[in-house]
Design a protein around this ligand. Structure first.
Ligand SMILES: *Cc1c(COP(=O)(O)O)cnc(C)c1O
Length: 380
């Protein structure tokens, strides 16, 4: 048995749509397939405007420009996240300010945000870990009282909900990733969701190299020229063709991931009752998408031993994140508000198990048995 941690899912229809994109003879950005992807995203999320990008990282970078992050401005976020959340701010000269996470969801601890706010604070970036929502009512309320922009890092959270609202559509801006490790993907890919209507026009300009090309194509202006800062953030239409197939199958893909997630969750209940592990906690107001399944082990030593034992049984598991405040760039460019005890503890105890839509039942059963054998062995 060799069970990889991730296998990018393909439906089989991708090649047909890519051929179609080639026949359409519009291979640059915003061709027919890009438009379909935008419409799908707008329908699923209710965002005022959805714009495909090259990556979730690129969407975060656009969001940082749109939030007008200037040198010295502060942006509150968890340290327990992927580097791109912080990098987007640092690239504008801004300073990420880290606060601790909650022990149940690993999301930013909303009760710690307010004490991190200073005169320089411009925005908050809640990261929906594993597609499980942050406490968005509280975060939006803090943001509106302090006049801050909320950028949801919904990279992992396609088709997830908080109190019935799609993630990525609650803050002023939302960023989604279509990297091959995410639920639906185009190899590399992403999207920016613009929920604040006032930012929609500028979002199109920034994405088109700082020009008003989008308005020109729509006939809204009669000249197409350089009007703002920007870059080339739009993917070609072949990428969009690949992605659109995945969007059409999104519900099936997510259903399968949830089946796998639930198989793990049911199987590991006994180990949790025996006090050997902790399983993920999903608050009742959150609907997730089976993006990732993790276990919390007793300590880092046991977690690391568990990963190598599982590897000997042919199952590839991984840990993450190295907290950003402990990384070389994090120390150089960021500020930490108070201590981050939970961030440090959890990053040492957490292990992620394989979850990918193509996993068959035997593979799931094998993985479950391997986990049970190792964890039970540890207790003796
Ligand atoms: C994947 C991910 C990103 C970056 O997305 P890319 O498409 O890989 O650039 C950002 N934030 C989080 C939380 C992610 O999981």
């Amino acid at each position: 048995m060799k069970i990889p941690f991730n296998m990018p899912f393909v439906t089989g229809k991708e090649i047909r749509y890519i051929e179609e994109a080639i026949k359409n003879a519009h291979l640059s950005g915003d061709g027919p397939f890009s438009k379909k992807c935008h419409a799908w995203l707008e329908k699923k999320t209710g965002a005022k405007k959805a714009l495909l990008t090259h990556s979730g990282t690129a969407a975060l970078e656009m969001a940082a420009i749109l939030a007008d992050i200037k040198p010295g401005d502060e942006v509150i976020m968890p340290s327990y996240t992927f580097v791109s959340t912080a990098n987007a701010v640092v690239l504008r000269g801004g300073v990420p300010v880290f606060v601790d996470i909650r022990s149940d969801t690993m999301n930013i601890d909303e009760t710690k945000i307010e004490e991190a706010i200073t005169e320089k604070t411009k925005a908050i970036i809640p990261v929906h870990y594993g597609g499980v929502s942050c406490e968005m009512d509280t975060i939006m309320n803090i943001a509106s009282r302090h006049n801050l922009t909320v950028i949801e890092d919904a990279a992992q959270a396609v088709m997830c909900e908080y109190k019935g609202k799609p993630l990525g559509s609650i803050g002023h801006l939302g960023c989604i990733s279509f990297h091959e490790t995410k639920n639906i993907h185009s190899g590399e890919g992403g999207a920016l969701l613009v929920n604040d209507e006032n930012l929609a026009g500028r979002a199109e300009i920034i994405r088109e190299k700082g020009t008003n090309r989008s308005a020109f194509i729509k006939g809204e202006v009669d000249k197409y020229t350089w009007v703002d800062i920007g870059s080339s953030f739009l993917p070609g239409d072949m990428t969009a063709a690949f992605l659109y197939v995945q969007m059409e199958s999104a519900q099936d893909i997510i259903n399968r991931r949830l089946e796998i997630w639930n198989s793990y969750h049911d199987a590991f209940l006994e180990l949790e009752r025996a006090g050997k592990i902790r399983r993920p906690i999903i608050p009742p107001e959150c609907r997730h998408n089976g993006h990732l399944y993790y276990l919390l082990l007793e300590n880092q030593e046991k977690r690391d031993a568990f990963i190598s034992c599982l590897k000997k049984k042919g199952v590839h598991s991984v840990f993450h994140y190295i907290p950003l405040h402990n990384s070389p760039a994090g120390k150089k460019y960021c500020r930490t508000e108070g201590a981050l005890p939970l961030t440090e503890e959890i990053s040492g105890r957490l292990v992620r198990l394989p979850v990918w839509a193509g996993m068959d039942d035997d593979t799931i059963k094998y993985t479950i048995r391997a986990v049970e054998e190792i964890i039970s062995g540890h207790a003796e």
